[in-house]
Design a binder for this molecule. Structure first.
Ligand code: SF4
Length: 180
């Protein structure tokens, strides 16, 4: 976990949706001050800081999983920027997930994740990364330790923007369960 949330110590994380593992350096660990945000902090400096945090999240390899975790753990994320969302935006997203999936929307999203994992296990194995097809690779690919590409960054940004839209009803299983 990247930050210490202002929450009672005894609150446990929802075990159905795990915080994604990565060995990549995370901006919220290296620059936690960017991600600190309390309700009502709307000064020019605050907004600039929030924008910096959101931009950093858009380049994060675990942004989609981080968003899912933050939404599933309301009491552990009452403040701050998580996956480019403010607390108010997360509240809106939870309400929409509840409208679509009911009170146990976390269970529905977790189940969709399990189904997706089962399907991907059933797929033929990917080519051996030690012997990549492209001669451009000189060494084996190490997930999450490689720099995030511009394409990945753009995709993360689009996913996060989609999650935050308020003008149309998103498809939560699409935005949250299929993208981690
Ligand atoms: S998406 Fe943002 S808040 Fe979440 S782990 Fe990555 S940098 Fe931290």
């Amino acid at each position: 976990m990247s930050r210490t949330a202002k929450a009672p110590a005894l609150i446990e994380a929802d075990s159905r949706i795990l915080f994604p593992h990565t060995d990549a350096p995370l901006a919220c660990r290296t620059n936690p001050a960017w991600f600190a945000h309390e309700h009502g902090q709307n000064s020019k400096d605050d907004l600039a800081r929030i924008e910096r945090a959101k931009t950093a999240c858009s380049g994060c390899p675990i942004a989609a999983g981080c968003l899912k975790w933050a939404l599933a753990n309301r009491e552990l994320t009452p403040t701050g920027i998580w996956a480019a969302t403010t607390a108010r935006q997360r509240t809106g997203l939870r309400q929409r997930l509840q409208l679509r999936h009911g009170l146990d929307w976390v269970g529905v999203v977790a189940q969709a994740d399990r189904e997706r994992a089962r399907h991907s296990e059933a797929r033929p194995p990917a080519p051996d990364p030690v012997q990549p097809a492209s001669p451009m690779w000189s060494s084996s690919y190490e997930p999450w330790t490689e720099p995030v590409t511009t394409g990945q960054q753009q995709r993360n940004r689009e996913l996060l923007d989609l999650a935050q839209r308020t003008t149309r009803t998103p498809r939560p299983t699409e935005t949250l369960a299929e993208v981690s």
